[in-house]
Design a protein around this ligand. Structure first.
Ligand code: CU
Length: 260
């Protein structure tokens, strides 16, 4: 009778869950340009560590609560001939337990999270490569602010994609000329808003050479989806040679010195 219907509903639920998991993870290949699960820098690694730190207890709690809920629903469901169930009012041990346990869990998550926020939010060190990132509908511009890259008149060297030395901190000053954008290099660092009228900062580094995709992550108008850039991390000597080549030959076509 009813049993067949319940099974069908359960099957449909399971099918829906499986389909959702497959659909939402289908683009998540580890090699993907925008995959944050395969970081290539210390900042992205710390952010991933925090994500995992929260994800694991969250999944355990979800499974535990769902299993307990299903058990109670089935085990204590109303049956024909049932009278009024035994009336219960409070249980001190249980209530203290389920107040203290989540508090400890939240504390365990909060301490490393706040420490990481303070760490990642700090200013870049003296030895960092200092770059001004200028966002504008719908492209990016990178000014290399350290004096060794300035021209004879003191104007900073400028590129349309970003080039950085590997294993060296980059201190970015983010500026927008029109609307709010968001600076994001998924494999190197999480998003930071780029807001007209103020300068936000973001520090990051690359721990391996390569070309890493960057993308505006704040909808900023009709050209938003194409507001992307590349970040090329090079060995320090090659980085210097790359900037020199761009100064002489331009960025398009890309000089051989800039290919990692
Ligand atoms: Cu944008």
């Amino acid at each position: 009778m009813k049993l067949g219907q319940v099974s069908a509903a359960k099957l449909a639920t399971i099918a829906l869950v499986v389909a959702t998991v497959v659909a939402t993870t289908g683009c998540g290949a580890l090699g993907g340009d925008q995959n944050t699960f395969n970081p290539a820098g210390d900042v992205a690694q710390k952010q991933l560590d925090l994500f995992i730190l929260v994800l694991i207890p969250a999944v355990i709690v979800l499974i535990g609560v769902t299993a307990a809920l299903i058990y109670v629903l089935v085990r204590f469901r109303r049956r024909a001939g049932d009278g009024i169930p035994k009336q219960v009012h409070g249980n001190n041990a249980l209530e203290i337990g389920w107040t203290i346990a989540p508090a400890l869990l939240l504390l365990g998550i909060a301490v490393p999270t706040v420490a990481a926020i303070i760490d990642l939010g700090g200013e870049a060190g003296e030895d960092a490569l200092h770059v001004r990132v200028v966002a504008q509908q719908w492209n990016w511009r990178f000014d290399y602010l350290d004096p060794e890259y300035a021209d004879g008149d003191g104007r900073p060297f400028r590129t349309v994609d970003l080039y950085i030395p590997v294993d060296r901190e980059v201190g970015a000053e983010l500026e927008a000329l029109d609307v709010i954008h968001s600076f994001w290099i998924p494999k190197l660092a999480g998003k930071q808003d780029v807001v007209p009228g103020r300068t936000n900062t973001l520090k990051f580094n690359a721990t391996e050479t390569g070309v890493f995709a960057g993308q505006c992550a704040e909808f900023c108008g009709i050209g938003h989806a194409r507001m992307s850039f590349k970040t090329t991390a090079l060995e320090p000597a090659q980085f210097e040679a790359c900037l020199k080549s761009i100064a002489e030959e331009g960025e398009e076509p890309l000089p051989a010195a800039c290919v990692p």
